[in-house]
Structures are given as C-alpha cells and as structure tokens.
Design a protein around this ligand. Sequence first.
Ligand SMILES: [Zn+2]
Length: 353
Amino acid sequence: MKLSIPLSAAASVLCLAFAMPAAMAEPCMKVTLTGTQGGPPLFNGQAGAGTLVQYGDETNGCGAVKLQFDTGRGTNMRLSQMKVPVGKLDAIFFTHMHSDHTEGLADVLQLRWHFNSGGPKVDVVCSEDAKSPLGHTLSCTRYVKHIGDSLIQSGEIAQRLVENKKRLAGGPADLVNVSTFAPGQEPVKVWSKGDVKVSAIGSRHIPGHASYRVDTPAGSVVVGGDAGNDAPKPPRPSSTSERVEALAQGADVLVHSTIHPVMGPDKDSGFPPPIYFRQSNASDLGALSKRAGVKHLMLTHLIPPMGAAKQGPYPIPGGALTEDSYKAAVVDGGFEGNTIVGTDLVTLTLPAK
Ligand SMILES: [Zn+2]
C-alpha cells in the first residue's frame, strides 16, 4: 500500500507530461483531391471524383479524422499513394448516385472486408431514397446494401469465409453503417466526431444530390459535388447553386465540380446542352467564390480534362485546355483568391504554413 501512492502519483505526472504537448498542438486540416476526372470517360489514368478531408494536429499529420467524399474509380489506389489505409476511414459521404462518384466503393469496401472485418464499421452518409418525377428512384441505401452482391454470386465471399471465419458473413455490406438524411434547403448536421462537424444541403443535379460542409477548429471546407442552379437552364443569374453559395459563406475552401465555358452550346463541341447546364461552369464558380468570401477554390471533376482533345466523344473547340484556361475562366468570374485547378492528389493544408 505504501508503494502504491507514490507510484500512482508518478504515473499521473507522467500522463500529464504526455498529455500536455498533444493538448497544445495546433489543429490542422488537409483537403486532398483523390480523383479529378469529370464524368464517366477515362483520360490518362485520372481517378474518378473524390475528396479526402483529414483533421487532426501535427502529432498525427493532421489525420486523426479521415472523411472521404465520393469514391470514384481508383479511390483506393489514390488512398494507398497517400498511405491512408481504407480501414482508417471514419466515414464516406456521397453527393449523388452517379457511377463516376460511386464506383470505387466496391473496391474500398471489399479491401476493408478482407483485412478489417474485425471493425470498426465505416459510416456511409448520403441522401435518403429520392424518387424522380420520371418514375425511377435513386437509392444510396440499396447501392450500399448490394455492394458485394456480385462477389457473393461469384462464390468468392463464401470461399474467403472458409479461409477466415472472422470475416463478416454477409460480405462487404456488413461493414457499413448507412446513415441517410433528407436533403433540404437549410443545412442539417449529418455527422460529427469531436471537433469535426459535417452538415449537408440538398442541391440540384439529379434527385438526391447533396452538398456538404465540414467545420473544424482549423478551417472549413465545402464539397459542392456536381451541384448546379435550381433553374435547369438559362435564363438564370448563374449556373451555380444558390444553396451551395449559402453553405459556402465564409468557408476557407470550396471544392467543386466544374465545366469549362468552352463546352457551352454557343460553341461547337456538340456537348449535350442539358448536361452542360446541370454543371457549374468555372466562371460562375469564380463569381460564387468571390461573393461567398471563399479563400481557396479547388476545381475538380474537370470537364474537359486538361490536355484532352475530347470529352468522351465530344471535341474541345479550340483544342486541349490547360491550367491557365481554367484559371482565366475563374478570373473572368471575378475571383481573386487562390484557385487550384485539380489534379489527382493535390493537397491543401490549413492553416497555411
Ligand atoms: Zn459527376
């Protein structure tokens, strides 16, 4: 008994000594584009749309919390280049149920099921089922529930369960907590962990499309997804979403899909006007960023990709675009902040060093 008092006192001092530097470490966040390809085409090995938002402090490389927004094709390849194991993702958020934003989920979850079936589960946060006036339903819940079905049908899941009985019997979908929300005009809180809060609004592109905002003590980032204006075509004040603009007020960073004005119906690309009009163009995103007071605009999901002669089957009027082509379009919109024309794995750290 006599020994236990000084020992526990010594342990307390030791704990305090370890706790103090962590408590004083400066919070930081990192925003990485895990894929910048716009739409279903393939170009030059670019990964499909996705954004990784990490938050922490210098003791953990700003990476204590890891949030993935959309999982386009190749997401797990890009995560591996960043040395982020899929088992470490806290949550995955979807802007909408288009394959260029979702098709990497099967790879991510199969890998996690293979090696991390012991948990923890990963949260998948997305819109509740959205019925289109045209009769079909967009369903994130069903997408996730059936994510491993082809592997169950092929017999692989059963075969690997025999090899390792600790894996979850229902396949990759068993590793997910799906959390849905009703996307509306006002932001709703959809996820939180410690100091990290994520809110969402509904925005127009296809039924169920949502845009997100992450707030942390180190800064804030809005992930707009493929949002466009509520009016589906001109006349309208802008191609951008008023709801995304409201969500982005005072945000440090806006990550947004973009289409270059050169693909507009007034040029000769032949690109379908309804698809052009449902994206936000680079000039209008510059104007939105200026009005909202955003410091950094990260353009992603570039239509067309830099250096491409075509977007899918559609030629680029005037030839391939460059980083300067996109920056000039943003400046046309009046934005004077920092514009990052997205390439895979480009990363912005806050606060800036
Ligand atoms: Zn898209």
